[in-house]
Design a protein around this ligand. Structure first.
Ligand code: FAD
Length: 504
């Protein structure tokens, strides 16, 4: 195991994609075995030294940024241990990069769908944040694919958790650890918000699978060292389209119907045990770009029509038999909702699909160029609301942003009622206004029964808002859960909620 203490050696481990400043640490450990991690945690516990877990540091909420103490990097847990083609699963060290897993899995004609568009992240990081992405509309978030994990608890116990093996009963759950015997834990009692994606706080429910407690726990309950993941057969092909609309109502009606048809198809498939050869609409992703986003993209893609009020990027699995009939069905739906089909763009070829991904990628690139130009930070939302409130929430975003006079773009996973509003301040005064608006969006999403974070997590940046969503009682229940695993609060201190709630 490598141990580093020099500032220049630690520098890269003090930042992540959040740009949260002030990270500092005394020691960096780069262990190679779970036993080494157990030893580091036991010793840190004895001296009450905080320990931060470092994946690839692509997180956007400061979860991997240390504020004192030790850092444990998982980079040496980078072995792809098994890809089982027949039974469709993979066993990987938690430090394996998503891009490496995707390549290895594809080589076996298999498919690992969770895809947060940032492929340099580690599998452990994606499990700890329950990462999701565009294709989560059909396949779900990371949680759905985790079937087993090895995790080192803050006290140094090494635990193996298998999905379906241990469930909570009457609000308590029992863990069996190899070196500390049975551990009985009391769970929080709040209900999850009625949304399709949620990464705000610990998983809860009537009958919680032990493994689900760790997925999305943002490094606060243990260090994930090994993960076994479900895989799917690799789709034969995809039909994709980028379609423009001149009227926002048409666009929203189109999304509504595409979503309903997709759910209907899935329900029908489940009943007849059919997963492939579908010949009805069943989108893998439905992504949205508002008019402002299109103006940014137009800087790089001149074919964006100047009168477009918004665009949708959709995709569906196809094969040689279903390609034509599916194209017909999407086309009929688009025409019904007055899409600008002349200007729109459809493909089933890999080459064109790459170009479509570039189209999508042109937005963050142009937005980032703009942010750098004004030396400001963008203020980005990650909220999702229940189906019935989505249209009014989008209206609220747009009304408030237009009233404010601030520049903004709204884009993202409209299939899951989950859009990112990025506010782009030009100076300090606009930045203050943007932060104020962000607070109003949080309040509105909570009022509508939504979540303050649907995919990026809470980390250190959003912990103050978790109180708005859950209130003091449930925040205390979360702290109580954490205290049972980690009485001194050494692990991932200040992630999700402030350490003072733990009394440390
Ligand atoms: C351009 C860009 C786009 C993104 N888009 C999306 C998106 O669409 N959807 C989405 O969900 N996310 C997105 N993300 C963020 C996403 O959270 C991360 O990409 C990823 O899930 C975190 O992995 P990581 O290895 O970088 O973890 P880190 O950033 O290093 O850590 C994230 C958190 O997990 C903890 N952690 C890391 N490894 C472990 C481990 N082995 N055991 C326990 N805890 C651990 C850390 O302590 C920290 O709290 C995006 C990020 C970027 C930069």
């Amino acid at each position: 195991m490598q141990v580093k203490t020099q500032l220049d050696e630690l520098q890269n481990y003090l930042i992540d994609a959040s740009n949260l400043p002030g990270g500092h640490a005394e020691k960096l450990f780069i262990p190679e075995t779970a036993q080494e991690i157990a030893e580091i945690l036991k010793q840190a516990g004895e001296s009450s030294i905080p320990v931060t877990i470092s994946g690839a540091r692509t997180g956007t909420v400061g979860g991997a940024i240390p504020f004192g103490g030790h850092v444990i990097s998982l980079e040496r847990f980078n072995a792809i241990k098994e890809i089982n083609r027949e039974n469709r699963y993979a066993v990987v060290g938690s430090g394996v990069l998503l891009t490496d897993l995707q390549k290895a899995v594809e080589a076996e004609n298999l498919f690992y769908p969770p895809d947060p568009t940032e492929w340099s992240c580690q599998i452990g990081g994606t499990v700890a944040t329950n990462a999701s992405g565009a294709r989560s509309f059909k396949y779900g978030a990371t949680r759905r694919f985790v079937r087993r994990m090895e995790v080192v608890l803050p006290g140094g116990e090494i635990v193996n958790l298998k999905r379906g093996e241990t469930f909570s009963e009457n609000g308590f759950i029992n863990f069996n650890s190899a070196n500390a015997g049975a551990i009985k834990i009391k769970l929080p009692t709040y209900a999850q918000p009625d949304v399709r994606k949620n990464t705000s706080g610990y998983f809860s429910g009537d009958s919680v699978d032990a493994i689900d407690l760790f997925i999305g726990s943002e490094g606060t309950l243990g260090v994930i060292t090994e993960v076994e993941l479900d895989l799917l057969p690799k789709p034969e092909g995809f039909l994709s389209g980028i379609v423009f609309f001149k009227d926002e109502k048409d666009l929203l009606d189109f999304v509504d119907q595409a979503r309903r048809l997709s759910f209907q198809t899935r329900a029908g498939s489940n009943q007849s045990q059919k997963t492939a050869n579908q010949n009805s609409i069943d989108a893998t992703l439905i992504e949205y770009f508002d008019g402002n986003s299109l103006r940014f993209i137009a800087e790089k893609f001149s074919q964006v029509p100047s009168d477009a009020k918004g665009a949708i990027f959709f995709e569906q699995e196809t094969n040689a038999e279903t390609e034509d009939v599916l194209f017909e069905q999407w086309n009929t739906l688009l025409e019904k909702h007055n899409a600008d089909t002349e200007a729109s763009w459809f493909t089933t070829t890999e080459q064109d699909l790459i170009r479509m991904r570039e189209f999508r990628h042109a937005l963050p690139v142009s937005v980032n160029e703009r942010i750098v130009r004004y030396k400001q930070r963008k203020i980005g939302t990650d909220m999702a609301v229940p189906d019935e409130h989505f249209a009014s929430f989008l209206r609220f975003y747009k009304d408030k942003l237009n009233e404010s006079g601030l520049d903004y773009v709204i884009f993202g996973h409209i299939g899951d009622n989950h859009l990112h509003a990025n506010i782009l301040p030009k100076d300090e005064s606009e930045a203050r206004k943007a932060k104020h608006l962000y607070g109003r969006f949080i309040a509105q999403s909570v009022m509508l029964g939504g979540t303050i974070s649907a995919e990026h997590g809470i980390g250190k940046l959003k912990s103050k808002y978790l109180n708005v969503m859950y209130g003091e009682r449930y925040l205390n229940e979360m702290a109580e859960l954490k205290r049972q695993f980690d009485p001194k609060g050494i692990l991932s201190r200040d992630n999700m909620f402030e350490a003072k709630l733990l009394g440390v």
